[in-house]
Design a protein around this ligand. Structure first.
Ligand code: ADP
Ligand code: MG
Length: 244
C-alpha cells in the first residue's frame, strides 16, 4: 500500500532530554495508525516534528512523496497536514462560525463556498448549536471539537489526533470514535495518539509503540498488544489498567 507519510531517523532533544531518539515509521494512505506509549515517551514531540512546530535535530520527513523536512509549518498545513492539540489553545473573541470560516476562506474559491463548507463542518463536529458563541466561552469538551473543525477547514489529507479523548465520558468517547472513523472513511489518513486502549483497539489498523523516545514495537493491534516487551513497558507499568 502507498504511504502518505514517511519519517526516517527523527531526532529531537531538549537540553539533555532525548525526547525522540531515532524514530522511523510510515503512515499508509487511508489507514488509522495508532501511536501509543507511556507519558513522556515522545508521542507529542513526534506530532510537533511532523507538523513543523518543532524543528528536527536530524532525520527526514516525506509527505505524499515530497521531502518536507525543511518546510515551514504553514506550508505543511497547506499540503494537508492537520493536527489537534492535546490542550486546545484558548480561543478568542471570534465566534465559533468565524474561527472556522476565516480558515475555510483560504481553502475555497468563493465566499459562498467557504460559508457552505463552514456550516457542513460545524454540523459534522456538533457545533452548529454553538455557532454564534464566542469560542473562548465554549466548554472544554467542545473546544476539542472546534480545534478539529478548524483542522477540517484546511481540507486535510492527514490528521494527527493528540489525545482527544482524555476526560470524555463513555457516550462522548463513542461519539468521537464514530466521528474519527467517519473522517477516515471519507479518505483522510489518521495518526491517533490515545491512552484509552479500548478506543485504540477499536479504531487502529496498525499500532506503533514508543518508549523513551524509541520505537518499541509495530504491527497489527492484537499482535502488538500481546507483545511481552509492550506489556512490560507500557501496560505493566500502568497499575490502574492491571487491576481491571
Ligand atoms: P508524550 O506526548 O509521549 O507524553 P512528549 O513528547 O510530550 O511525550 O515528551 C517527551 C519528553 O520531551 C518529555 O521528557 C518532555 O518533558 C520533553 N519535552 C517535550 N516537549 C518539550 C519542550 N518543548 N521543552 C522541553 N522538554 C520537552
Ligand atoms: Mg503528549
Amino acid at each position: 500500500m502507498e504511504n502518505i507519510l514517511e519519517v526516517r531517523n527523527l531526532k529531537k532533544s531538549f537540553g539533555g532530554i532525548h525526547a525522540v531518539r531515532d524514530v522511523s515509521f510510515d503512515i499508509r494512505k487511508g489507514e488509522v495508525l495508532a501511536l501509543v506509549g507511556p507519558n513522556g515517551s515522545g508521542k507529542s514531540t513526534c506530532v510537533n516534528l511532523i507538523s513543523g512546530m518543532y524543528t528536527l535535530d536530524s532525520g527526514t520527513i516525506t509527505f505524499m512523496g515530497k521531502d518536507i523536512t525543511k518546510e515551514k509549518m504553514e506550508k505543511r498545513v497547506e499540503l494537508g497536514i492537520g493536527r489537534t492539540f492535546q490542550t486546545p489553545k484558548p480561543f478568542t473573541n471570534l465566534s465559533v462560525y468565524d474561527s472556522v470560516f476565516t480558515i475555510a476562506l483560504k481553502y475555497n474559491k468563493t465566499f459562498d463556498q467557504a460559508a457552505e463548507k463552514t456550516i457542513q463542518i460545524l454540523e459534522k463536529t456538533d457545533l452548529i448549536k454553538n455557532i454564534d458563541m464566542k469560542s473562548g466561552k465554549l466548554p472544554i469538551e467542545k473546544r476539542k471539537w472546534l480545534d478539529l473543525a478548524r483542522v477540517l477547514a484546511i481540507e486535510p489529507k492527514l490528521i494527527m489526533f493528540d489525545e482527544v479523548m482524555a476526560g470524555l465520558n463513555p457516550t462522548e468517547l463513542e461519539g468521537s470514535l464514530d466521528l474519527i472513523k467517519q473522517i477516515n472513511e471519507e479518505g483522510v489518513s489518521v495518526l491517533f495518539i490515545e491512552h484509552v486502549m479500548r478506543a485504540v483497539m477499536e479504531i487502529a489498523d496498525r499500532i506503533i509503540v514508543l518508549d523513551e523516545g524509541q520505537l518499541l514495537a509495530e504491527g497489527l493491534p492484537e499482535e502488538v498488544m500481546s507483545n511481552p516487551a509492550v506489556i512490560n513497558a507500557y501496560i505493566g507499568g500502568r497499575t490502574e489498567n492491571a487491576k481491571d
